[in-house]
Design a protein around this ligand. Sequence first.
Ligand code: GCB
Length: 600
Amino acid sequence: METKSGNYQADIHNAAYEENYREPSLSASCLINTSGREGESLSGRWNFAADWYDTCRRAEWFKEIRTSAAGVPQPVDWDWEAWERINVPACWNMERPELYYFEGAGVYTRTFRYVPREAGERLILRFEGAAYNACVFVNGLFAGSHDGASTPFNADITGLVQEENRVVVTVDARRGPARIPMDNSDWFNYGGLYRDVFLYRLPRVYIKDWFVRLAGDGGVDADVYIDGGEGADGTVGIEIPELSARAEAPARDGRASFHIGAKPERWSPENPRLYDVILRFTAGKDGKQDSARDRIGFREIAVRGTDIILNGKKIFLKGVSVHEDHIIHGKTTSEDIIRSTIRDLKEMNGCYLRLAHYPHDSRFARIADEEGVLLWEEIPVYWAVAFDNPATYHDAQNQLSELVLRDRNRASVIIWSVGNENADTDSRLTFMSALARRARELDPTRPVSAACLINHTELKIDDRLAEVLDIIGVNEYYGWYDPDFGKLPKILANSAPAKPVVICEFGGDARAGQRGTVDDLWTEDKQRDLYERQTAVIRQCPYIAGVSPWIFYDFRCPRRLNRYQEGFNRKGLIDAGRLQKKAAYYVMRRFYGETGPGGV
Ligand code: GCB
């Protein structure tokens, strides 16, 4: 029914405003591989406001309408340039004490100048990560929306830019039962533009992606993807100078495939050999060129019976799980932090990390490639996800696709994990089986895993999802949540898996420096004892192909509120400040030191 009276501001009644931004259009299908390309950084100081009631999207502030249709100035509620300036990349929680627990919508804005270098150039705005939903607006126009806190996305803003530009990004960090992860998890919900932002200039028709890997015969297989609409046909060249290998092939329907006979040295933890790979494209229509380059390692990862095989040899994954959590920077990381994590791992005689529970910064896998570290990468399909909700599946599938597309050229990544500790229901089985299929579709070269649950009544590894996985991940907390440690050897003896098992979590809390007897909870002594018992049992079990105890560093977690935890999960082998190694760290160092790196 039409009414004559109304509020001055129409948005007040616009309850359905979110529909305008609902479609997460900036998804995996438009992701461009930017590795090796030179970007212009938009990181730095952005104007920012905590927009508690989501008014920027509700009232369309981004349109910058300051006057009425009749040209009369309006009392607008936003004031970009007067807003405080905040760092990008950064978790807002770590930037201001009053934003520590902020989980609403934050509005970021800045300007940039753009002068095209070439006619027909494309301009891509790239976000390495924004938690959780980001809506991007350029010069008053909606450029798209992205869901998922830990994967990259890009927006082609070619048609939206002029010489002076304003970009507005709303970042909504609200938790919700339909999200991935859902509203209950065991880590801190950091928000904001917490990873780098770049601009990339590309030719109109461009190299969108590539997948370069070891071939079955020891040579190299490569697929190169070209995009840019009409004219995506042309000639693709690939070159690996150190192998004196060079090949050309026509791109048909946006794709060119290669097999190169030259045999690269195998990448491994002991020999993390990387090769420069150069890709070139010449458009059939106008002869315009594009090129991209990458540093790629070649290795084989496979599963045979209950063994994990790297380059034909059985390996034991000597690892630890790690969160992307830093006492000062939260989820924002840096090359220094990544390198120090790897130093701590190597000092512990480890060679493998479980990057829990979501995709970590893209630099992690690049540095792991250089350093010879093996990685398990994961999406946050964690605990009680809305397995019946098709939109939730769509989101999970998209996050998985973005992760695989981002990192499938990284030799260090050996396992894709599709989830963690989800109850064995029919809808979960359907949901996660489809994710496993999707991972294999995008990358048939790596095993797929997930952290499964143990049947605590029958005392055995028993999860229907194991059927569809290549490696069975198991989380167990005997000696901690279940104090009856004696169950663990029984469970291992009762199970006869036909596949490798990785114990992807075990552990217990200890506050660094807290001492007592092995019976005192929260002490380093109890934690050390638990690690000694765990490693003694694990060592005896032939089908366990690796371990990644929980966890490398203590991490922030708002559920953990007793006097020892004080807002942190204290299961770390090292404290949250990354300075104090606990007694259990040395148990793992001894355990892993008993055999050569990567060896059994
Ligand atoms: C688990 C979860 C992990 C938790 C851990 C704990 O099983 O996978 O995310 O942090 O236990 O400390 O309880």
